[in-house]
Ligand binder design. Structure first.
Ligand SMILES: O=C(O)C[C@H]1C=CC(=O)O1
Ligand SMILES: [Mn+2]
Length: 369
């Protein structure tokens, strides 16, 4: 039986300012959910977002309030091992709130996988890979600092895929910044950009032409999320791969994007999809439509990152790797043992459930009161 559900806001400083067109982050607010069951089993979930309300329609505070006020009371007293029934109830009664639903579903699945003593991946169809390529985001705002950071990551053998956040400056200034980094890192790295919706279609045509000519591998969400037709036109116009991120809020969007032939790649995010099982549905649509997959992040800490790793471990094809570096951007860990990054890959945890343990002392020390 589900006994109680608690939510925590945990403010963690980042290792450096993280500059995106939507927000500059100096602190990340982790939204964590603990679900306790009458059989003594505890499950954890995460619903972290970026930049307050700057990125998505749910803020850390609204997620906490909506879980505490509306979602937890629906679930307390239900059978904890009947995850699908519990989520069906939540999905029937609660509109929207994809991030909150994701955290709840993660906690239920974590608890159930622990109960069955299997890694969470095995409840999702089973893993076909034990390690995932992981990108790093260069977003200090300074070209020389970004190049030095990229060199350091290559030397540490931690990352050889770099995503650059652009869209704040004039198009051609951003292009110059990206191409300087690409020239410095050369063939040793895959260099990609994320515009976070900042360009008009005409900006995008100019910018993408120059980036493609300069050897950039992937262009993420160049135009507004709602402008699916423009995304499709850019996809038809250019050879360089175009990725949908903010345009993709779950399986229905995945189907619509696929039908419109609007993207070469989907950024699969468990929070944006509204949960782990909807994220698998997004991946299935992609597979059937011939769209490539990329494991995306909302810069979550260890819980959400582990949950996404379990999801991505089940993908037969993961052509574009992942960006599951969230915990590495934070100065403090909430896990007892950090996730393992080695040889450019994140190791998918192997223990029961998510395969990560929360350190309650560390969490309490950073918890917002
Ligand atoms: O992809 C996004 O738009 C969000 C996020 C992922 C990595 C990062 O730095 O920001
Ligand atoms: Mn993005």
């Amino acid at each position: 039986m589900i006994q109680n559900i608690e939510t925590y806001l945990v403010d963690v400083p980042t290792i450096r300012p993280h500059r995106m067109s939507v927000a500059t982050m100096n602190t990340q607010t982790l939204v964590l959910v603990r679900l306790r069951c009458a059989d003594g089993i505890t499950g954890w979930g995460e619903a972290t977002t970026i930049g307050g309300l700057g990125y998505g329609g749910e803020s850390p505070e609204s997620i906490k309030t909506n879980i505490d006020t509306y979602i937890a009371p629906l679930l307390v007293g239900m059978e904890a091992s009947e995850v699908a029934k519990a989520m069906a109830r939540v999905r029937k009664v609660i509109q929207g709130n994809r991030f909150a639903k994701c955290a709840i579903e993660t906690a239920l699945l974590d608890a159930q996988a622990r109960r069955l003593n299997v890694p969470l991946s095995e409840l999702l169809g089973g893993r076909v890979r034990d390690a995932l390529p992981v990108a790093w985001v260069l977003a200090s705002g300074d070209t020389a600092r970004d190049i030095a950071e990229g060199e350091k990551m290559l030397e540490l053998r931690r990352h050889r895929i770099f995503k650059l956040k652009i869209g704040l400056r004039d198009v051609m200034d951003d292009v110059a910044h990206v191409l300087e980094i690409k020239r410095a890192l050369g063939e040793r790295a895959s260099v990609r950009v994320d515009v976070n919706q900042a360009w008009s279609e005409t900006d995008a045509v100019r910018g993408i032409a120059a980036l493609e000519a300069g050897g950039i591998d992937l262009i993420e969400q160049p135009v507004k999320a709602g402008n699916r037709a423009a995304l499709a036109r850019l996809k038809q116009r250019f050879d360089v791969a175009i990725m949908a991120d903010e345009a993709l809020h779950g399986p229905a969007d995945a189907l619509a994007l696929a039908q419109a032939d609007a993207a070469d790649v989907f950024a699969v995010k468990i929070t944006q999809s509204g949960g782990l099982l909807p994220a698998l549905e997004v991946a299935t649509v992609a597979r059937l439509a011939g769209v490539g997959l990329y494991g995306g992040t909302m810069l979550e800490g260890g819980v959400g990152t582990a949950a996404t790793a379990h999801v991505c471990s089940t993908f037969a094809e993961l052509a574009w790797g992942t960006e599951l570096f969230g915990p590495l951007l934070l100065t403090q860990e909430v896990l007892r043992e950090p996730l393992v990054y080695r040889d450019f890959m994140l190791q998918v945890p192997t223990g029961p459930g998510l395969g990560v343990e929360i350190d309650m002392d560390k969490l309490r020390a950073m918890q917002r009161v």
